[in-house]
Design a protein around this ligand. Structure first.
Ligand SMILES: [Zn+2]
Ligand SMILES: [Zn+2]
Length: 242
């Protein structure tokens, strides 16, 4: 192997920053969950989801899919945090506006390509429709259904997110650790939260309730809209909001 090429590559490999991002994601996720479930209405909703998940977990079809899905998630994340992210993340300070702008850009860029993938590939006419149909079996989704996804679909979804980070970073330069932490937490948690059963139609839970209702509509059958996951902006723009 050409040594010059390797040393240039290694110069850009920032493992401590990627590790800091990973640790930050774990701590932030745990802290947010701890604080959220201090609120009684959210705790009640979590209990309802647990009660509804139990019979699903006891069916023969759920555990193998959920476990396979988690396995793929684990391996994809391992590759991302060790082989990809170290090239795209930095601990060097960045101004707050840059962090905030990057968060919006990453999430909107990803959501646009996820929208297209979901609408035209997962809901298209090819084989991927059958793969996606596994997830659509859940007509009244609860927490567990966020993980009831064919492993191939999980791989595509995560690759799209990780690819978005990579492509944008090549264009805009490395991201601050906080940018990576926040986008990752928003991305993963929104993908779980939108499947939960939440009926809290009052302040400050109205938006949360709306998010879950909109995704429940998407699960009613495979002809409904609401394809995006981060915001439903693209559904609004392209006339697929249901
Ligand atoms: Zn779908
Ligand atoms: Zn879903």
């Amino acid at each position: 192997m050409d040594n010059g090429w390797l040393s240039v590559l290694l110069q850009h490999y920032n493992f401590p920053a990627a590790l800091a991002a990973f640790a930050g994601i774990v701590v932030l996720t745990k802290t947010l969950k701890f604080l959220a479930f201090k609120l009684k209405p959210l705790k009640n909703m979590r209990d309802i989801n647990k009660t509804r998940d139990k019979p699903k977990w006891n069916t023969p079809k759920y555990p193998p899919i959920v476990k396979a899905n988690q396995k793929v998630g684990l391996w994809t994340n391992l590759v991302f945090f060790t082989l990809m992210l170290p090239f795209f993340v930095t601990l060097e300070p960045q101004p707050l506006w840059r962090v905030l702008l990057d968060i919006v850009i990453i999430l909107m860029f990803y959501d646009f390509f996820y929208y297209l993938t979901h609408r035209f590939w997962f809901h298209g006419k090819g084989k991927m429709r059958q793969v996606h149909a596994v997830h659509h079996q859940a007509r009244n989704p609860t927490y567990l259904d966020a993980h009831y996804v064919h492993p191939l679909e999980t791989l595509v979804g995560l690759s799209l997110y990780m690819g978005s980070i990579a492509v944008l970073s090549l264009l805009l330069g490395p991201y601050h650790v906080v940018t990576v932490m926040l986008t990752f937490v928003i991305f993963t948690q929104l993908n779980i939260i939108n499947h939960c059963f939440v009926e809290l139609d009052y302040f400050p839970f109205k938006t949360l309730t709306w998010i879950t209702r909109k995704h429940k509509v998407h699960h009613e059958n495979m002809h409904k809209g609401n394809y995006a996951t981060i915001t439903l902006l693209y559904d609004r723009m392209f006339g697929t909001l249901d």
